[in-house]
Design a protein around this ligand. Structure first.
Ligand SMILES: *[C@@H]1O[C@H](CO)[C@@H](O)[C@H](O)[C@H]1NC(C)=O
Length: 330
């Protein structure tokens, strides 16, 4: 294999692999980061699987809001799984190489998941808007079929836009240095590796962000303006609290998602060191998926109730009896 870096004279050597330099400069601290990340990753998987299971098992949670939440949790699992395991391995090994195909695969998954999540969060905001501002039409508009179509549309938008974008980026020639100064194949660091004019790709990245990241955000803001003004006009305090509690979890999740995205965007634009930018982007990736299930289970009376009921049922009757039976047989 020819690493172009060892032949600085031939800077037209086409790169075959990339090296994700990532957190190499942390040296021994990489082990600490490895352990912290491993724990966070496991909590993320367990939390999101638990949310999916709880909703599937409890008929009282078979409503549009929780249908979308299952989809969101599924998406978060895919998203973190496309980033964290690879990073965990890289934190342990010295040769942090990734093939260009592997790098492309990673970019496909993270960009598709990111874009789909923006759309899904907007759909969830629309669901809350219909439930609170148009309660009489809610049942007919958010039918099971409509929910599946809204979620399906989010996935179709995410997949079609990002397949085009990522395929285009990976059709560029990569030569010269093959060291990516990042821990994952995200768009900006990979675009830097291309040895050709990337201004058209940058225009596409910008257009996609405006159309599919900023406009869902705008839709979410508009929905919440209507939601909050409707809630404030409710006559009773009790009614206000009840209405607000049905959307507070979603509001927190949205704030977290777009807040983290804004911080990492500002980090890229400011003169932070590459290391702190990587840390910010790592936080951006792990914080949402690990906190969302916690936000939805702890802040939401329905989910909390379902959780407690399911745990009680499984511990105190089902498993316990099964265990007793097994014990008495063996
Ligand atoms: C998410 O929504 C899509 C489209 O409606 C559906 O096909 C898919 O099964 C859902 N995923 C999960 C995990 O529920």
């Amino acid at each position: 294999m020819i690493y172009s870096e060892s032949n600085p004279g031939k800077n037209q050597t086409i790169s075959e692999v990339f090296i994700l330099v990532g957190f190499s400069n942390l040296n021994k601290l990489q082990i600490v980061l490895f352990l912290v990340l491993l724990v966070i990753y496991l909590v993320t998987l367990i939390g999101n699987l638990l949310v999916i299971l709880l909703i599937k098992l409890n008929p009282s949670l078979h409503t549009p809001m929780y249908f979308f939440l299952v989809n969101l949790s599924f998406l978060e699992i895919c998203f973190t799984s496309s980033v964290v395991p690879q990073l965990l391995i890289d934190l342990l090994v010295v040769q942090k190489t990734i093939t260009i195909a592997g790098c492309a695969a990673q970019m496909y998954v993270i960009t598709i998941m990111g874009l789909t999540e923006c759309c899904l969060l907007a759909v969830m905001a629309y669901d809350r808007y219909m439930a609170i501002c148009h309660p009489l039409h809610y049942k007919t508009i958010m039918s099971g079929q409509a929910c599946a179509q809204f979620a399906g549309a989010s996935w179709i938008i995410g997949i079609s836009v990002e397949v085009v974008q990522t395929t285009w980026i990976f059709s560029l020639p990569f030569c010269g240095s093959n060291r990516i100064h990042h821990f994952l194949c995200d768009i900006p660091p990979v675009l830097k590796m291309a040895c050709t004019d990337t201004s058209k790709n940058e225009i596409m990245v910008f257009t996609v962000s405006v159309l599919f990241i900023m406009s869902p955000f705008l839709m979410i803001i508009l929905s919440y303006i209507c939601i909050i003004s409707t809630i404030l006009m409710l006559p009773s305090v009790e009614g206000r609290n009840k209405a607000f509690s049905t959307c507070s979890s979603h509001l927190m999740v949205v704030t977290l998602f777009y807040g983290m995205a804004l911080i990492s965007y500002l980090g890229l634009k400011s003169s932070f060191t590459p290391e702190s930018n990587q840390m910010i982007s790592l936080m951006n990736i792990i914080v949402g998926p690990v906190l969302n299930p916690i936000i939805y289970t702890l802040r939401n009376k329905e989910v909390k109730g379902a959780f407690i009921k399911t745990v009680e049922k499984s511990i105190f009757s089902h498993n316990w009896r099964k265990q007793r039976m097994k014990d008495s047989v063996s």
